[in-house]
Design a protein around this ligand. Structure first.
Ligand code: 0PR
Length: 387
């Protein structure tokens, strides 16, 4: 560290130097995050010092957190759901599985435990496996990139602590058959966690109805991220439990705080993100989110149409605003798009293809520019291959 502090102008200049090295979202088609809504940014700034780790000191912010939980529970068909604002999908998934593990251990102490998750589940479940020392059993996918319930059933045994389903998979935006998985969970008396980190702020606002939330009796917890399609600031995730007992088994005694217990994974927690999420949810309402999702779906259809015009098909018909295109040599295409055209895209693993997430920061003009560059890259890739 420097001995004496620098002048404010020097700091601002250092900040600007760093900022110009960051990519701006207008060339990014690989991200599930986006520019936060201006009202979220405003609220975030106003509550910048608020700490939800000691919420007795920040009662106003805590009231907003309770309201966010109530609004989200209501949106996901359980207005009495209990939960809290996490740092995002990873923490929500870890905590949901920790809750399953804790409840299960009370019944059968001392055995090797497992959880059954779709092969398409986010890599945060691999972290769960390491942190909680639980075996993560992965259910293979069918050709439509959903799991079959029979395949999931075959992996359940007496040491299974719970099941996971995905509502909007990270790579393909696919939704598992959660209605049937819910029945399976009820049959085996197992908790079912739904990872709707991405899809949670999309599915309720689509014209076609998908059953994925607490309206299914077997669903016991849901992860949903305001810092993705909720347009809030980072770090904003939400973890909801249908019943208090699932949250209560995460309780830690907090001996010297203004509140005597914590259910969260982190101690100090951003009250700014709580305020941001509260503000943007109140500001947009269901009508606002429906408009945003419908704009993203319109751009998704536009992209699929443009791709079809040059003979490129998606791996699955997009369920939500994720398009995965079957292009030859996707890794090479991705690298060239980045190095020569400054576009940021990602690739999927199985099948290997080009993954594009159609977020609110995009426009049809941006997609047209991207597609014309993609055509050039595909031409140069096929030439390079034939030489
Ligand atoms: N569950 C699902 C279904 C997800 O898609 C993600 C993240 C998570 C959980 C974990 O969420 P957090 O990263 O908030 O803990 N999905 C994106 C991904 O891994 C996250 C992301 C966002 C990555 C923006 C890159 C990026 O630029 O691809």
């Amino acid at each position: 560290m420097n001995e004496i502090g620098l002048h404010e102008e020097e700091i601002l200049s250092l900040l600007n130097d760093a900022k110009i090295k960051d990519f701006t979202y207008d060339r990014v088609l690989s991200s599930m995050c986006t520019t936060p809504h201006r009202i979220a940014v405003k609220a975030h700034m106003q509550f910048i010092e608020s700490n939800m780790g000691d919420f007795g000191l920040f009662r106003g912010t805590h009231g907003m957190e309770e309201e966010v939980i109530r609004m989200t529970g209501d949106m996901l068909h359980c207005s009495s759901a209990e939960g809290y604002l996490t740092t995002g999908g990873t923490e929500s998934n870890i905590q949901a599985l920790r809750s399953m593990r804790n409840l299960h251990e009370r019944k059968h102490p001392g055995c090797r435990l497992n959880v059954v998750v779709p092969r398409s589940a986010h890599f945060s479940f691999d972290k769960v496996s390491d942190i909680l020392d639980i075996e993560v059993r992965k259910v293979p996918l069918e050709s439509d990139l959903k799991i079959s319930v029979e395949a999931m059933q075959s992996l359940i045994d007496e040491n299974t602590v719970g099941l996971v389903a995905v509502a909007g998979s990270t790579e393909f935006g696919q939704v598992d058959p959660i209605g049937k998985i819910s029945e399976l969970a009820l049959e085996h008396d197992l908790p079912l966690h739904v990872d709707a980190a991405f899809g949670g702020f999309v599915l309720p606002f689509l014209p076609e109805k998908h059953m994925f939330d607490f309206s299914l009796q077997g669903v016991t917890s849901i992860a949903i991220d305001p810092h993705k399609m909720g347009l809030s600031t980072i770090p904003s995730g939400i973890l909801l439990f249908r019943e208090f007992k699932h949250l209560n088994c995460l309780k830690a005694h907090a001996p010297y705080l203004t509140v005597d217990s914590q259910y969260t994974m982190t101690g100090t927690r951003s009250g700014a993100a709580v305020a941001a999420t509260f503000a943007v949810m109140k500001f947009l309402g269901k009508k606002g989110y429906t408009g945003i999702v419908s704009k993203c779906m319109e751009m998704t259809r536009h992209l699929v149409k443009k791709a079809a015009e040059i003979g490129i098909e998606p791996v699955i018909d997009p369920v939500m605003n994720v398009v995965v295109l079957q292009v030859p040599e996707p890794a090479m295409v991705r690298a060239t798009l980045s190095s020569e055209y400054n576009w940021h895209v990602s690739i999927t693993r199985d099948p290997k293809a080009l993954r594009l997430v159609i977020m609110p920061h995009m426009s049809c003009e941006m997609i047209d520019m991207f597609m014309s560059d993609l055509v050039k890259v595909l031409d140069s890739t096929s030439k390079a291959k034939s030489e």
